[in-house]
Design a protein around this ligand. Structure first.
Ligand code: SF4
Length: 456
C-alpha cells in the first residue's frame, strides 16, 4: 500500500456506504411490498442463475463489535419454528420462478449457521435441495464460528455438499478478545482448520477485523503472522464500524480502548504489507486471495462483482435470500425481509413471504450502480466502453461525478484521463469515497444525519 498521510486519512474519514448495493439499504422503502416482490420473481429472466442465501440469526453469545442481525440465545428450541419458516419461505419463492433455474452459489450466514446441530444442518440443506436445483459445481459456502464447533458440524456440512468454509478469527490477542467478548484460542483455530482440510473443503476463508478495542500494531502483527502460517485460501479483513447509535450493544465497548486514527492507519498498512509479503493479492476494499484464486482472475478479466456477500464472480445470478433481515436481489429489484424473528416467522406463516421493504431500480440507479461497481471491482472506469454499454456520453452524464472526483485526483487518490478514471495505489484505501462521487442519493441527502459508518 502506498504511504498515506494521517491528514489524508482524516480528511477522507467521513460516513459513507460500503456499496454492497446501490441504491444502499437505507433507501429501500416500505412502499415496496409483497405483490412487488412476487412480480419481480415472476419477471426474472429464466436463464439467470440463482444464488441462495439462508440467514441463521442465532448465536451462543454476543460479540460486542457485532454488526449483524442476530439473536444471542441458549434456547435451541427457537430454531424449530425458524427452520419451519425458512422451509415455507423457500417453497413460496420456488413456486414463483421457473423450476429449471439452476443454483450456482449457495451461502449460509448469520448469526452463526453452525449454531444448528449436525442433524439440523442436514435438514436445512435437504430443504434447499428439495425446493431448488443445485448445479454439480455450485459454490456452497458457510460462515463458521470456531467456538462451540465440533468435527460433526463440519462433517455434516461437507456431507451435504458444502465445499467452502469461512471462519471468524477477527483477532488472536487475548486482551482484544476479552474487550470484545469473543475468546478463542490458537489451539481452537488450528484444530478447526485441520478438520476442514481433513474433510476436503476446497476453499478456506478467514475473517479478521481491524479497529477493535485494545488492538495495537504489534499485537495485530502477531495475529497476521499466525494467520499467514495457517495459509487460508482467502482472507477478508473488515474495518470495524463503531455505530452504537445503530447497534446499541456496541456501547459495551469502551470507546477509549478503540485505536486512534493513526493506529488504524498503521494497522491497515500492516495488513497490506504482511498479507502482500505472504503472497496474497488485495482485491478491492477488504478481500485478499492467492494469485491463482478465481476472485483475482475475475478482477483481471473485469468480471468481478460486488453484492451483499462481498466480492463475487457470480454477477449474473439473482440472489434469493431467506430468513429474518435477509436481502434478495434480482436484476433490478432489492428486497429485504422483516428483521425481527417473531414477526418474520408470523408473516411467513401467514403468506409465505415476510417482505419488509425494497426498491425497484430506475435506469439511473442501474447506470450508477454499474459505475460504482466498476470502480470498486476493476479499480478503473473506461468512459468509452461504459458509455457504449449504457448508451450515454459519459462526460455529460457524469459531469457531477467528474467534478466531485477532481479534489480526489488533486490528493492523488485517482488519476483522471480524457478516457478513464483510475484508482491509484493510495486511492485503494478510499474506494468508498471514490464510489460516493457517483452516488446521487448521497448528494441529495447531504444535509441529513449520517446513515453510515466512517469510510476510513
Ligand atoms: S458470532 Fe458473529 S453474528 Fe454472532 S454475535 Fe458474534 S459477530 Fe455477531
Amino acid at each position: 500500500m502506498a504511504s498515506i498521510s494521517l491528514d489524508l486519512l482524516q480528511k477522507y474519514s467521513v460516513p459513507g456506504p460500503r456499496y454492497t448495493s446501490y441504491p444502499t439499504a437505507p433507501y429501500f422503502h416500505t412502499g415496496f411490498g409483497e405483490a412487488d416482490w412476487r412480480r419481480a420473481l415472476a419477471e426474472a429472466a429464466p436463464d439467470r442463475g440463482l444464488s441462495l442465501y439462508a440467514h441463521i440469526p442465532f448465536c451462543d453469545s454476543l460479540c460486542y463489535y457485532c454488526g449483524c442481525n442476530m439473536v444471542a440465545t441458549r434456547d435451541y428450541g427457537k430454531t424449530v419454528p425458524y427452520l419451519a419458516a425458512l422451509d415455507r419461505e423457500m417453497a413460496t419463492a420456488a413456486a414463483q420462478i421457473d423450476p429449471a433455474r439452476v443454483v450456482r452459489q449457495l451461502h449460509w450466514g448469520g448469526g452463526t449457521p453452525t449454531y444448528l446441530n449436525p442433524d439440523d444442518i442436514r435438514r436445512l440443506m435437504a430443504m434447499m435441495r428439495t425446493h431448488f436445483m443445485l448445479a454439480d459445481d455450485a459454490e456452497i459456502s458457510c460462515e463458521v464460528d470456531p467456538r462451540e464447533l465440533t468435527f460433526e458440524h463440519l462433517a455434516a456440512l461437507r456431507e451435504t455438499g458444502f465445499n467452502r468454509v469461512s471462519f471468524g478469527v477477527q483477532d488472536m490477542d487475548p486482551d482484544v478478545q476479552q474487550a470484545v467478548n469473543r475468546i478463542q484460542s490458537e489451539f481452537l483455530i488450528r484444530q478447526v482448520l485441520d478438520w476442514s482440510r481433513e474433510l476436503g473443503f476446497s476453499s478456506i476463508n478467514l475473517d479478521l477485523i481491524v479497529g477493535l478495542p485494545k488492538q495495537t500494531v504489534d499485537s495485530f502483527r502477531r495475529t497476521l503472522e499466525r494467520v499467514s502460517v495457517w495459509a487460508p485460501d482467502r482472507l477478508a479483513v473488515f474495518a470495524y464500524a463503531h455505530v452504537p447509535w445503530m447497534k446499541k450493544h456496541q456501547s459495551l465497548i469502551n470507546e477509549a480502548d478503540l485505536p486512534d486514527p493513526a493506529t488504524r492507519l498503521a494497522l491497515q498498512q500492516s495488513v497490506n504489507d504482511m498479507l502482500g509479503a505472504a503472497g496474497y493479492v488485495n482485491i478491492g476494499l477488504d478481500h485478499f486471495a492467492r494469485p491463482e484464486d478465481e476472485l483475482v482472475r475475475a478482477q483481471q478479466n473485469k468480471t468481478l462483482w460486488r453484492n451483499f456477500q462481498g466480492y463475487t464472480t457470480h454477477k449474473d445470478c439473482d440472489i434469493l435470500a431467506f430468513g429474518a433481515s435477509s436481502i434478495s436481489q434480482t436484476a433490478d429489484v432489492y428486497m429485504q425481509n422483516d428483521k425481527k424473528l417473531k414477526s418474520y416467522q408470523a408473516r411467513v406463516a401467514a403468506t409465505g413471504f415476510a417482505v419488509e421493504r425494497g426498491l425497484r431500480l430506475t435506469q439511473d440507479d442501474r447506470i450508477r450502480r454499474d459505475a460504482i461497481t466498476r470502480v470498486m471491482c476493476d479499480l478503473e472506469l473506461d468512459f468509452v466502453a461504459f458509455g457504449r454499454e449504457w448508451d450515454i456520453t459519459f462526460a455529460d452524464y457524469f459531469a457531477d461525478a467528474l467534478a466531485d472526483l477532481r479534489p480526489l485526483a488533486a490528493d492523488g487518490l485517482v488519476e483522471i484521463a480524457p478516457d478513464r478514471v483510475q484508482v491509484t495505489a493510495s486511492g485503494r484505501l478510499f474506494l468508498r469515497n471514490i464510489g460516493m462521487c457517483f452516488d446521487r442519493y448521497l448528494k441529495e441527502a447531504a444535509s441529513e444525519q449520517p446513515r453510515y459508518s466512517r469510510t476510513a
